[in-house]
Structure formats: structure tokens, C-alpha cells
Design a protein around this ligand. Sequence first.
Ligand SMILES: NC(=O)c1ccc[n+]([C@@H]2O[C@H](COP(=O)([O-])OP(=O)(O)OC[C@H]3O[C@@H](n4cnc5c(N)ncnc54)[C@H](O)[C@@H]3O)[C@@H](O)[C@H]2O)c1
Ligand SMILES: [Zn+2]
Length: 391
Amino acid sequence: MEKIIYQRFSIRYQYPVYFTRNLFCQDNTALKDFLGKNTVPSVKKILLIVDEGVVNHFPKLADNIRAYIETIPGITLVDSFMFIQGGESAKNDLSSFDKIVESINEYGIDRHSFVVAIGGGAVLDLVGYVAAVTHRGIRHIRIPTTVLSQNDSGVGIKNGINYFGKKNFLGTFSPPSAVFNDSCFLNTLDDRNWRSGMAEAVKVSLIKDARFFQWLEEQADNLIHRDEVAMENLVYSCASLHLHHIASGDPFETGSSRPLDFGHWSAHKLEQLTHFSLLHGEAVAIGIALDTIYSQIIGWLRQEEMYRILSLLKKLQFKLYHSLLEEAALMDGITEFREHLGGELTIMLLKGIGKGENVHTINKNIVKDCIQTLKTYEINNSSNAKTSFVL
Ligand SMILES: NC(=O)c1ccc[n+]([C@@H]2O[C@H](COP(=O)([O-])OP(=O)(O)OC[C@H]3O[C@@H](n4cnc5c(N)ncnc54)[C@H](O)[C@@H]3O)[C@@H](O)[C@H]2O)c1
Ligand SMILES: [Zn+2]
């Protein structure tokens, strides 16, 4: 006899994203209050994993954290902090993955403990992945320290590492327990990393919010001159658009559409082709420019809208052309983008500023035309470009 039992349950996810300053100052109670509320009768352990790029700029960070955590009843910090080299190497080099798994084992970190990651998007992606797969899921807290991780990657639910040289080939969807965005960390970023994360703000404004795009145009000068308040506002608006999209759309990406990956099909491929010498946000700026021109060529976007977008990217001092765009392998980015999600090829383009719409085919000849347009645009508008990668 054939029998079927249909299993069904749903889980509600909820996590706070704090926007604060001086997180580890004794009188900042955000983290204390969160941890205090989340302790069970048994003492909880915390394993802290820190991006070396952060520690280099904040030598007293470890002492400050220790002093801060000591005051929280029911929480113990394991003896040593772990330091991981920041940047894409964290996701490329499997030995970082192994090192964290070994520490989880050594210190007896269990599902009632917390793994806390402090760092840029790459370190957070790595630690989030380890936390998700070890003991089938250890709670983890993210403390993002770059513009990109505070406004995009660190507030969402995805993690991952690169494999076969492919971006995020291994990874999971795993909501964090909490996210703490401390804007003070941003002050020590170099100019490239300060700028890079702004590409994701331009991206989300283009597909979701024309008013935010206009605000970016108005604030471009302040942003590029490292105005902290302008950056705090950018991070807050961009993070809230991302969070709203995740909650209202398809958080676990079971469909074929990935609107938040507008501009990313070529960006991911370019990052790989440049062996990650191009930062994620720098590649995304080029990807946005490419798909913007494509949207104009197919008649979806008005020419003046296209120029507004390219001009904002230039005001933010992004370079919009890279010679590797002309490699035949760039087009593999389309297949790899589809394969990553499965299902039908779905790429978001623009119907206007603030309005994205999906297409299911990409014409390679039009892409080639876009690249030539971009090359000419870059040559004609490169006077204020400040980047250190080689064309
Ligand atoms: N999970 C997601 O949903 C998602 C979304 C977008 C991007 N990402 C990933 O995020 C990664 C990029 O992250 P990123 O842009 O934050 O760069 P990053 O993590 O590569 O860090 C860049 C550099 O900045 C250093 N650094 C970090 N914080 C610093 C600070 N406060 N002061 C000085 N230096 C500091 C790091 O050590 C590193 O050298 C990519 O791997 C990308 O694929 C993930
Ligand atoms: Zn991105």
C-alpha cells in the first residue's frame, strides 16, 4: 500500500540590526542588553573571530572587548581571539575555514554558544558559513566593519566561501542572531574600501528607490570627502532597503529572480578574472554601468537617465571600464550566474531609476556594444577617477 505523510511547518525569523557608535565602550549597552536577554541558565561561551585588517587599526580592540564582556553575567569569552586575514583570501583559502572549525571543536562551542565575527564582508561570509555548518548551526553575531558589510552583506542572511575559483560556490542561508553596525569602524577604511561599498547603495537605489538615488546624487561630494554623517545615513538607508527586500521577497531565493544582484552577473566574473584585485564594490560599479547601458540600448531607460547613473558612479570616483571586460570568458558570467541559482536565467535590468525588471535572455552582441560604449565613456570622463587597478 502506498502511503504519504505531508510534513509541514514554518519558522519565523527575527533578528535586530543595531546602528550605533563605540560598541565596546562600557556605557554603550546595546551588546550587553542583547546578550543579557539571550542567556539561558547555563553560562554561554563566545568565540570571537576578528579580521586582521581591523585589529591593525584598533590595537586595543581585544582588551576593550574583554573588559566589556567581563561585565555581562552568564557570558564567558573563550581564552584566545582568532584573527583571520581579511579580504577575499578569507573566502578563497580553505585553511581559514579549517582553522575556525578547529577552534569550535577545541573550545567546545555548542549551539548555546555564540560565534561572533568582526570584520569585512569576506570574513563575515566565511564565519557565517562555518557557524552554519558546524554542529548543524551555531548562533552567530555579526559586527561588520566596512561600508559594504554594514549596508549590504552583513545585514542579510547569506554566507559562503569560494570554491573552484567560483564566487560563493559553497554557502548557506542562515540568519544571524543579531547584527551590530558601529560606524566608528568605517573611519579607518582606505579610500578604495570606503568607496567600494557605495556601489551597493547605488544598486539598491536603482532597483527600489528613486528618492534614495537622488539623495546619493546630492550627497556624492560629501560622501567622497568622507563625511561621516552622510555615510551613516547612506549605510542606514541602504541596509534598511536590503532588509525590507529580504523580508518581503524570497529570502531563501527559491525562485529564479535575484533583484539584489542587479549588476552582479558581470561583476562576479570580473572579480574572478582579475583574481580579486578588483574589489567587490568596484566590480559591481562596472556591472551596474554595463547593465544600465544595456537597459538604455533595448529602449527601457531614457538616455538622460542612463547619463545620470553613469555620472553618479563617476562622481563617486568609480572606474567604469576594465580591459578584462573584453575577454570572451566574461560571457561565462551569464551561465555561472544562472547556475548559481538554478532555474531560468533571470537578470534584472532597469525600466527607470528606482524600477528594476527581469529579463530571461541577454544578447551577447548588445553586451559587446555596451562594453565599447563604456570604454569610450570612461576615456572621456576619467579625469577625476582615482583607482589603483591597471587597465
Ligand atoms: N553574503 C552576502 O549577501 C554578500 C553580499 C555582498 C557582498 N558579499 C561579499 O562581501 C565581500 C566583500 O566585503 P567587503 O567589501 O566588506 O570587503 P572585505 O571583507 O574584502 O574587506 C576589505 C579589506 O578591508 C579590511 N578591513 C575591514 N574592516 C576594516 C576597517 N574597519 N578598517 C580598515 N580596514 C578594514 C579587510 O581586512 C580587507 O583587507 C565579498 O566576498 C563579497 O562577495 C556578500
Ligand atoms: Zn554585491
